[in-house]
Design a protein around this ligand. Sequence first.
Ligand code: SF4
Length: 270
Amino acid sequence: MLVSEVMLQQTQVERVRRYYERWLERWPTLRALAQATPADVIREWAGLGYNRRALYLQRAALATAEQHGGELPLEPAQLLELPGIGPYTAAAVACFAGDAHVSVADTNIQRVLARVRLGRERAKDCEPSRLREAAETLLPPAGARDHNLALMDLGALVCTARAPMCTRCPLADACCWRGSGAPTADSATRRRQVRFEETGRFARGRIVDALRVAPRMSAQELTEMLPEQHRPHTARYLFALEADGLIEQGSDGMWRLPGQGSTSIASPKL
Ligand code: SF4
């Protein structure tokens, strides 16, 4: 449950499926995952994106082994204490695996809440506290699991981001956004879509990908394999990746995935 929730963050189900199966084949339990090295999990994650999730998952497995005998706790408060587990993942695991009476608000549910309760087209135009409040208000006294699953399906299949099917929606009569004429966000508030290849996330991903294959690389080599526009920012990317624990620098000044050598130093040298 924890593995699927973490893999599904910002990633489509179809894409996650084969990674999930392969991951569980290699590490069928949290105890087994706790024995893995950071480099092992970063390599296994290749292609899924948001590499920090792999590290957090391994750290959560380690903390579960040390603090809970290898059994994942199902109380939201205890889940929140595990590394990398945020409010959404804690609520989802507690609700779907532990049948806890909590609201869960993934991207789809947040969009439904924004439209039905707050009259906004997009959740990102709403205050997080107001979305949380809306989720709590809608939560029925019993049956939280079914309620959350129903809202998730509604957001995924009916109240979609681009083409909501309001005439087929069971919440149409109660929907504030539809009731106010379904105003779309002012075009001035819609920012230009930045191409993924232009982002720092893309460049950081390229660095981790390179180190998945090569055991060690210098900052110069890493700079040269980046697209031109990213090269002036290599130091910043390396610093950010090191701070996240995704790479480390050995005493020889070379960069590598963590846990592959005995020495590392705190700050990057270029
Ligand atoms: S009425 Fe339309 S906008 Fe409102 S919740 Fe249903 S599908 Fe979404």
